[in-house]
Structure formats: C-alpha cells, structure tokens
Design a protein around this ligand. Structure first.
Ligand code: DQA
Length: 143
C-alpha cells in the first residue's frame, strides 16, 4: 500500500504557528512520525504540503488516477473549498480526514467540513497522532 498524506495551507508552519492550538511538533516532526510509522507498518507513505489550492487539487487527481488511499488535512480549505471537495469525490480508495485540533470545540465556522461526508473516517483533536492512527487503520483495514 502506498498512501498519500496531503496537507493544506499554513501546515508547513507547524511548531511556530499558534502552538496553543496546534502543538509544538513541527512539520518536519509530522513528516518524520508518518515515515517512521509507515516503516513499522510495512507500508509506503509520501507526505506533502502546499499553500496552493490548485496544487492540492492536482495531487488529489493523481491519487484518484492511481487509486491511492489519502490521509488529508485540508486545513482552512476544509471549511470552504468546493474545488477540494469535488477532487475528493473522485477518489477511489479510502480517504481519511485529519485535523490536529478539535475543530468542533473552536470557532463555529470550523465545525463544518466539505470533506467529511466523503471521508471513510475523520480524526480530529489528536494532534500528530491522528495521522499515525490513520495510517495504522489503513494498514490494518484497507490492505
Ligand atoms: C486544522 C483546523 C483548521 O480549521 C485550520 O484552518 C487549520 C488546521 C487542524 O489541523 O486542526 O489550518 O485543519
């Protein structure tokens, strides 16, 4: 199994960005955790981040065409991007939506996700562990 872990805008600034909400782990730590977990689980993983919506849509098309499972933290696009939502609708393997923070305990605009109805599962509020748990679920369930 070859999983794409896709991260949206501002997630490259983890560690310095609002650590009270997103924790002290850096983006490099997030990548490292995913890669180490993948080795442990015997799966392949590729972790990417972009601040550009079109690039994210292109990566989702790539995942759709190659039938790769996706772990997606679409960050702010979660709450307003129909383009990202429509790209997710084309996926043909499991989609796990992840958010570091508990989006349901924050501002009301974060409670709505355009992606959740398309996702196989949603992990929120577990920090970087949300990503590694998503990978574990995929390795155990979707292989
Ligand atoms: C986030 C939550 C979003 O509301 C926010 O815009 C982000 C990060 C999270 O991981 O908690 O950028 O997706």
């Amino acid at each position: 199994m070859n999983v794409l872990v896709l991260n949206g805008p501002n997630l490259g600034r983890l560690g310095t960005r609002e650590p009270d909400k997103y924790g002290h782990d850096t983006y490099a730590d997030l990548v490292d955790s995913c890669e180490r977990t993948a080795v442990e689980l015997g799966i392949e993983v590729e972790v990417r981040q972009t601040d550009h919506e079109g690039e994210m849509v292109g990566w989702l098309h790539e995942a759709a065409d190659s039938r790769r499972p996706v772990v997606l933290n679409a960050a702010a696009w979660t709450h307003y991007s129909i383009a990202v939502r429509d790209a997710c609708a084309q996926l043909r393997a499991p989609l796990l939506e992840v958010h570091l923070s508990n989006v349901h305990s924050r501002e009301s605009f974060r409670a709505h996700s355009y992606i959740s109805e398309l996702a196989t599962g949603v992990l929120v509020g577990l920090g970087v562990r949300g990503y590694t748990l998503a990978l574990r679920w995929l390795a155990e369930t979707a292989s």
